[in-house]
Design a protein around this ligand. Structure first.
Ligand SMILES: Nc1ncnc2c1ncn2[C@@H]1O[C@H](COP(=O)(O)OP(=O)(O)OP(=O)(O)O)[C@@H](O)[C@H]1O
Length: 290
């Protein structure tokens, strides 16, 4: 199975949200990383076929998804950024309701609902009201509804926003588990969401795809650019104005700075192994780092 994105551009009035994106996706998890407004949601919506590109095409195994219409929609599971859940429904009732909306045959529904509840770890909570669920459980209901039609392509937009670290890990493992025979596209600006599960990381910046690499290769690209340096507090502003400074940690009465720089920022600076947080800082320096 291959999803091909060919010269996809989306323009809103004068704003180019996506600018001639070319991409090929096969089974596995793809992490789309980008700052706010970089075009992640727009790309996800086009892949989910809820939005048409201004120009360009998306092809599934050579067929235009717009021409495939329902045939394509039946292959898609989509979890938008904000999904409406019916608070007074139990998880089970909600999923049965969505199954009916998706046109699942009645005789298959019970078994399918059992299966997705099990998959997302909510079997025991199935008779509880969704309104009483934690943030992480609600997201898992969201994934469960997206999986009801056993989609070959699963698109999840910022699924971990607002989740605590434990719930994030659980969610990540779930995505990893279900990705073996599907294309999973996950957007996030939280780097640790994709560091361990993404087959490739796609970096979007101002509507352009600036990188598409395995996490390992991306890190290799900044291998000799990460430095740590211990300084006094009054020196911090000088380094912040001259360099891309990431984490600042207190070490006794001094401070350790994590600095991204092509050259050694000071003769006392020590090189360190890069992580994806460094990478994010490297590409999105001027924007807020998450
Ligand atoms: N319906 C719309 N009308 C006008 N402009 C839009 C519309 N949707 C998106 N945009 C603009 O297109 C750009 C990309 O938006 P998009 O929502 O795809 O970014 P994003 O990377 O998903 O951001 P976020 O992380 O904040 O969700 C932004 O500048 C946004 O303001």
């Amino acid at each position: 199975m291959k999803l091909t994105i060919k010269q996809v551009t989306k323009t809103f009035k004068e704003k180019k949200a996506l600018d001639a994106i070319d991409l090929e996706l096969t089974t596995g998890v793809y992490g789309i990383l980008g700052a706010n407004g970089s075009g992640k949601t727009t790309l996800m919506r086009i892949l989910a076929s809820v939005m048409k590109p201004t120009s360009g095409q998306v092809l599934l195994d050579g067929q235009d998804i717009m021409a495939m219409s329902h045939e394509y929609r039946n292959l898609i599971g989509y979890l938008p950024q904000h999904v409406g859940l019916y608070k007074n429904f139990t998880a089970e009732k909600f999923l049965k309701y969505i199954a009916a909306l998706k046109g699942l045959p009645k005789e298959e529904t019970d078994e399918k609902v059992d299966e997705v509840l099990e998959l997302v770890g909510l079997s025991e909570a199935r008779r509880k009201k969704v309104g009483e669920f934690s943030g992480g459980m609600k997201r898992r209901v969201g994934i469960a509804q997206a999986l009801l039609n056993d989609p070959k392509i699963l698109i999840v937009d910022e699924p971990t926003a607002g989740l605590d670290p434990k719930e994030r890990i659980r969610f990540r493992n779930l995505l990893s588990k279900i990705s073996s025979n599907r294309i999973v596209v996950l957007s996030t600006h939280i780097v640790s969401d994709i560091e361990f599960i993404a087959k490739e990381v796609l970096i979007l910046k101002e509507g352009q795809l600036i990188k598409k690499e395995t996490p390992q290769r991306l890190l290799k690209g900044i291998e000799d650019k990460v430095w740590t340096l211990v300084i006094d507090e009054n020196e911090i502003p000088r380094y912040q104005s001259q360099y891309k400074v990431g984490n600042i940690a207190r070490v006794d009465d001094r401070f350790q700075l994590r600095i991204l720089s092509d050259d050694q920022p000071d003769h006392d600076a020590i090189q360190d192994h890069p992580n994806l947080e460094d990478l994010y800082l490297y590409y999105f320096d001027e924007e807020e780092t998450a």
